[in-house]
Ligand binder design. Structure first.
Ligand SMILES: [Zn+2]
Length: 384
């Protein structure tokens, strides 16, 4: 399968087109432009494409690829009939998952252009996850050219992964439930290993109320909500326990209206990541139990865990079934793979090109990883 090296320049050209079509999650029109591009590529490969329209986020793009001999049934071909009954049972095909949105606002390209240097490729979304989209499309093209998709393949390109997958989750779950294996084209680890588990992720908001007063005339009558919030920030950060893989990050604070007014309101937003069972509940309880430190202030805590932890189950078996030797590792970030894992469907993530520093201006992939990953994925599509 050395022909994959020959595909590298095509892969880079497609990646450049995708990256230079910026697609921040909150800009529907922008994400839809990538959706149109992806849909066009899928149709070119002979897929049946269905667009799932959305009002708030970009449209979801679903592309179904059949084995060529299913399109032109060949009664002589052994195994065809046997597969039919499995297909009717539902859990039969492979689902490829990739998202088209990025965390980068429009205009990021001006200071962070698409470019190659020293065997690396840089640009917004090059790793997360436009490189993965290119790997999926290239692997499908390669497998279809040789007429050897082992199973029907559905590829779902979603529009809102970076903002919690609110408008795609139901579709992801529906398609995953119809599949025997789900492969997520998320950013590959820097050493090329595949992600076999994910942390759970939660989000909490803490609102603090105090009492407003003029900072000059009535200072002592005020109850400073920001001062109270400062105590809470420290208490929340201290709940982090690296040994358990539990982290809390106060990432946003808000409060006050003017320096000469004692603020009566402040709020903070916390990101929670957990790895071990029970930790989500423990931290949730600890946050709910937060008590105000200053007299005359009050707290209100809302939020919870929005992605369940991914179980380890059966990942090595999947790799063996795919006849591929894979190095497995974990990661701190969450993805749509968690939804799939919760349904008990075998899932692998991190099948996108190896790279790193995603969500930052240094986001990159290794150039050579593009054909390597396409080769790996094509082998899974052929042999699994
Ligand atoms: Zn991301």
């Amino acid at each position: 399968m050395s022909n994959f090296d020959a595909r590298t320049s095509d892969m880079l050209a497609l990646l450049k087109r995708l990256v230079e079509t910026e697609s921040p999650s909150h800009n529907k029109a922008a994400v839809d432009r990538v959706g149109a591009l992806v849909a066009e590529e899928c149709r070119r490969l002979g897929a049946q494409v269905e667009i799932h329209p959305q009002t708030e986020t970009g449209n979801q793009v679903e592309a179904r690829f059949s084995r060529p001999w299913l399109l032109c049934p060949d009664p002589q071909r052994p195994g065809t009939g046997g597969h039919t009954s499995q297909k009717e049972s539902g859990a039969y095909g492979i689902l490829l998952l990739a998202h088209m949105d990025t965390v980068f606002p429009l205009g990021t390209l001006e200071k962070m252009p698409f470019y190659e240097k020293d065997g690396k490729v840089f640009g917004p979304g090059v790793s997360d996850m436009k490189g993965g989209i290119v790997v999926a499309l290239t692997a499908l093209a390669a497998a279809l050219e040789t007429g050897s998709l082992a199973h029907p393949v559905t590829a779902l390109f979603t529009s809102d992964e970076e903002i919690g997958s609110g408008t795609s989750r139901a579709l992801i779950e529906k398609l995953a439930a119809e599949s025997a294996l789900v492969l997520v084209l998320g950013p590959g680890m820097v050493d090329g290993s595949v992600k076999t588990w994910r942390k759970g992720v939660g989000e909490f908001t803490v609102r603090v109320r105090g009492r407003a007063a003029h900072a000059g005339g009535d200072h002592e009558k005020g109850r400073n909500a920001i001062e109270e919030m400062a105590h809470q920030v420290l208490a929340i950060q201290k709940l982090t326990d690296y040994n358990k893989g539990t982290t809390l990050n106060v990432g946003v604070i808000r409060g006050g209206i003017a320096s000469n007014v004692v603020p009566d309101e402040a709020s903070l937003e916390v990101d929670l990541r957990v790895m071990q069972p029970g930790e989500a509940e423990r931290i949730s309880a600890a946050l709910q139990a937060l008590k105000p430190v200053l007299d005359g202030t009050s707290l209100e805590v809302t939020g919870g865990l929005n992605r369940p932890p991914m179980p380890f189950n059966g990942v090595k078996v999947i790799a063996a079934n795919a006849n591929i030797e894979l190095k497995a590792s974990g990661t701190g970030s969450a993805s749509d793979a968690n939804f799939v894992a919760l349904l008990g469907i075998p899932v692998l993530d991190g099948l996108g090109p190896a790279g790193g520093e995603y969500h930052s201006e240094r986001e990159f992939i290794f150039r050579d990883s593009l054909p390597e990953r396409a080769k790996l994925l094509a082998a899974i599509l052929r042999e699994w």
